[in-house]
Design a protein around this ligand. Structure first.
Ligand code: NAD
Ligand code: WQD
Length: 349
């Protein structure tokens, strides 16, 4: 597994930075390309502090073909892990063109440059959002796919592009067919146990866990819980929260699977990365208070448009084919979120 060099797009971001730590600890050389549109260079400095290893960094936009080609000219990559993208659902409804351009066009440019340099091993960050509103839970990879907002549609379009690329290999005589792992993340939360890296959202957080953490640290006055009339155990929405370090390790397992694949079985496959357990919003609030000793003030408000009642994974395919499983529990997620938030009340600023 060592002596391999991985290009990590979006490596300065929340999930990317945690994955960089795991890659460096496993002995990979990593090169990060990030335009820092939603992250800070400080995150990569902290990655270097945690691992005592070096990150090669290029500040560049993946839509800039010349800049990307110049990076590929300077390094031989064994694989690419592609995190770079915009991810705010609400913003994507207001600015769909920005999302299609950044996520879909950006991925197309990356794939073109990869093809040009004959780098055809790819791990792609997809999302459970591609399952839309599932008929049943737990969700398996072969469930119908749909998307209800532009962000989700960019993930679905990119997945389709990747499947088409892989199918096209059966017609051509390319030296090395594409070998692609699409990872569908459920709800990433938590932070590295060092408290040095974590999620640093711009402005008021959209997601539950950073919102709870900012109420706890006194930056926000109270949590609004979006709906208490869902058909769930306590009426609040149920999700599959996964510790970001478990998620990061899933990328190493996916790389291992790609690298151990025989030439005639290179393909494009999707895997759920979730715990298989569903927790409600109230479960999360109560667990945070239990672990940290801090009360979280909340009020119930109307449902948020586009939200679904329940979403959790069947992670058995990842267990069987990637030998991946989660190690961390809800208490780890709460403890590490609070360690990051309380040590860095202003994030990386
Ligand atoms: P993030 O915003 O923290 O990280 C994304 C990184 O990509 C940022 O550092 C940003 O500066 C960079 N970036 C964005 N557009 C770029 C471009 N055009 N060129 C170069 N760099 C660019 O987000 P994250 O939470 O770490 O998510 C990583 C990936 O995982 C994203 O693709 C996201 O859609 C996906 N994902 C995230 C979640 C989640 O809840 N966090 C869930 C499912 C899927
Ligand atoms: C979780 C639960 C809310 C905030 C989103 C994206 C998805 C993926 C992960 C990228 C829900 C409730 C939340 C708040 C609340 N991202 N909530 N008050 O909506 O499951 O998924 O992030 O791919 O695509 O849609 O995550 O953290 O926003 O919400 O009551 O202030 O918390 O209603 O039940 P979600 P979330």
């Amino acid at each position: 597994m060592t002596n391999k060099t991985i290009l990590v797009t979006g490596g300065a971001g929340y999930i990317g930075s945690h994955t960089c730590v795991e890659l460096l600890n496993a002995g990979f050389t990593i090169v990060v390309v990030d335009n820092l549109s939603n992250s800070k260079i400080e995150a990569l400095k902290r990655v270097e502090r945690i691992t005592e290893k070096t990150v090669v960094f290029y500040q560049a936009d993946i839509r800039d073909k010349d800049a990307l080609a110049s990076v590929f000219n300077q390094h031989h990559f064994d694989a690419v892990i592609h995190f770079a993208g915009l991810k705010a659902v609400g913003e994507s409804c207001q600015q769909p063109l920005a999302y299609y351009d950044n996520n879909v066009h950006g991925t197309l440019v990356l794939l073109q440059v990869m093809e040009q340099f004959n780098v055809t091993d790819l791990v792609f960050s997809s999302s459970a959002t591609v399952y839309g509103d599932p008929h049943t839970v737990p969700i398996k990879e072969n469930f119908p796919l749909s998307a209800t907002n532009p962000y989700g549609k960019t993930k679905l379009h990119i997945e389709e592009i990747l499947r088409d690329l892989s199918k096209a290999d059966s017609f051509g005589a390319k030296k090395r067919p594409w070998n692609i792992a699409i990872l569908r993340y459920f709800n990433p939360v938590g932070a590295h146990h060092s408290g040095l890296i974590g999620e640093d959202p711009n402005g008021v957080p959209n997601n539950l866990m950073p919102y709870i953490a900012q109420v706890a640290v006194g930056k926000l006055s109270q949590l609004s819980i979006f709906g208490n009339d869902y058909p769930t155990k306590d009426g609040t929405g149920v999700r599959d929260y996964i510790h970001v370090v478990d998620l990061a390790k899933g990328h190493l397992k996916a790389l291992e699977a790609l690298f151990s694949c025989h030439d005639d079985s290179r393909s494009c496959k999707a895997y759920n990365l979730g715990t298989g357990k569903g927790y409600s919003v109230l479960d999360m609030v109560n667990a945070f208070s239990r672990v940290t000793g801090l009360a979280i003030k909340y009020q119930f408000v109307d449902r948020r448009e586009g939200d679904i009642a329940e979403c959790y994974a069947d992670p058995s395919l990842s267990a069987d084919e990637l030998s991946w499983q989660t190690d961390k529990n809800l208490d780890d997620m709460m403890r590490d979120t609070w360690s990051w938030q309380s040590n860095n009340p202003a994030g990386y600023a």
